[in-house]
Design a protein around this ligand. Structure first.
Ligand code: KG4
Ligand code: ZN
Length: 358
């Protein structure tokens, strides 16, 4: 029997210090032997957002313990590991450096392969941790820093068909939570308080909903939430505005997903199953999941949502991307340093600011 590859993953691109041990299964999925995530919510709560220097110091304090815990929980020793994969970008450079350098050092000391991994690729490949899924598939990646539609044609072959021209979806949730004083981290708080509100109470703008393909724009929506927040009278008004905001995001993502699905089908129509994968922190949102499942039903796509522990930032997805690259001998050797910006589709134009001609 062929030896199953086992990788140690390390993730420190933002505010989660994470490490995981992952082993490949015979059927193309993964066995996650441990998935340790040390969150810094408490440290950033009073600032209402991630402070890079505080995040870096916290990674430095916790990283050795987190890696040791991941090894202990997996019941593996470092000598059982075939390779080490660490996030090398995109993200906060001061944070990326901590996980990247410790991973590289352990690998050098233990004479193991070291693989620098693109965090977005980790999210993009995360559905196959738990699901037998074949290429190509359509991915909606919605996190705090990124919101993109990508066609995942194969490992290392990604085509971006839509992106946000201003704020990411998670960022819009975080800013709305801050404006409405709903708590931190923003996304889950908006989801929680929306349950108490009327999502039809406020009419909010749906920017570029009927133009520019499946590109997104959310800055105008956030500005309108800010404007309306100045006239709120009661606690109930805040919940109603939160619910109306979430409903606006729902409508935007539903409409844009439908457009992305049509584009996916026009590029690749001979698939036995058309998969629509939603990954990134925002994919945990139940209301959004429900709406996107309905669009899948309408468009005959099979929806795949990673479990919540693999939606937000985690190191299992990094170890898993490492295993897949190792198997295909795609070592990312040109990437000698961490990168704040590292698009998955290098040919796609930069559309933020004035980049999008409407
Ligand atoms: O993927 P992730 O953990 O980190 C990044 O790579 O950014 O995503 C974090 C983002 C944050 O903006 C957070 O507010 C948002 O995902 N988020 C949510 C929910 N849970 C996390 N947004 C809406 N609803 C949620 N339940
Ligand atoms: Zn992420």
């Amino acid at each position: 029997m062929e030896k199953k590859l086992t990788f140690l993953g390390i993730e420190t691109s933002c505010d989660e210090t994470a490490s995981s041990v992952v082993q490949e299964n015979d059927d193309g999925t993964a066995k996650v032997l441990s998935n340790v995530i040390s969150s810094q919510i408490k440290e950033h709560e009073k600032f209402g957002g991630v402070v890079p220097e505080i995040a870096a110091r916290s990674h430095l304090e916790n990283i050795e313990l987190v890696i040791q815990e991941a090894l202990d929980k997996s019941k593996k020793k470092i000598s059982d590991i075939d390779g080490i994969a660490a996030t090398a970008g995109p993200g906060l450079v001061v944070c990326l450096n901590i996980g990247y350098n410790i991973g590289k050092s352990i690998a050098a000391f233990e004479n193991k392969t070291f693989l620098p991994i693109n965090h977005l690729e980790g999210h993009a490949l995360s559905p196959s941790i738990e699901n037998k899924i074949s290429y190509p598939y359509l991915l909606l990646l919605v996190s705090g820093g990124h919101s993109q539609f990508l066609i995942i044609k194969d490992l290392d072959n990604y085509k971006r068909i839509g992106t946000t021209i201003d704020d990411a979806v998670g960022e819009a949730f975080d800013k709305t939570a801050k404006i409405l004083n709903l708590g931190y981290p923003g996304g889950p708080c908006v989801e929680k308080f929306s349950k108490l509100g009327d999502n039809n109470k406020y009419t909010l703008p749906l920017p570029i909903i009927n133009r520019s393909g499946c590109n997104l724009s959310l800055a105008g929506l956030k500005t309108d939430v800010l404007r309306k927040s100045k006239n709120l009278m009661t606690e109930q008004d805040r919940y109603d505005l939160a619910a109306s905001f979430q409903e606006a995001i729902n409508k935007i993502l539903s409409k844009k997903s439908e457009i992305a699905m049509k584009e996916f089908l026009s590029e690749s129509s001979n698939n036995s199953i058309n998969y629509f994968v939603v990954a990134g922190g925002v994919a945990s949102n139940e209301t959004i999941r429900k709406s996107l499942k309905n669009i899948c039903l309408k468009m005959n796509f099979k929806p795949i949502f990673p479990s919540k522990e693999f939606c937000g930032d985690n190191a299992a997805m990094i170890a898993w991307a490492g295993i897949q690259r190792f198997k295909k001998k795609l070592f990312n050797t040109k990437n000698e340093a961490v990168k704040p910006r590292w698009p998955l589709d290098l040919k796609a134009p930069f559309l933020k600011g004035s980049g999008l001609k409407l």
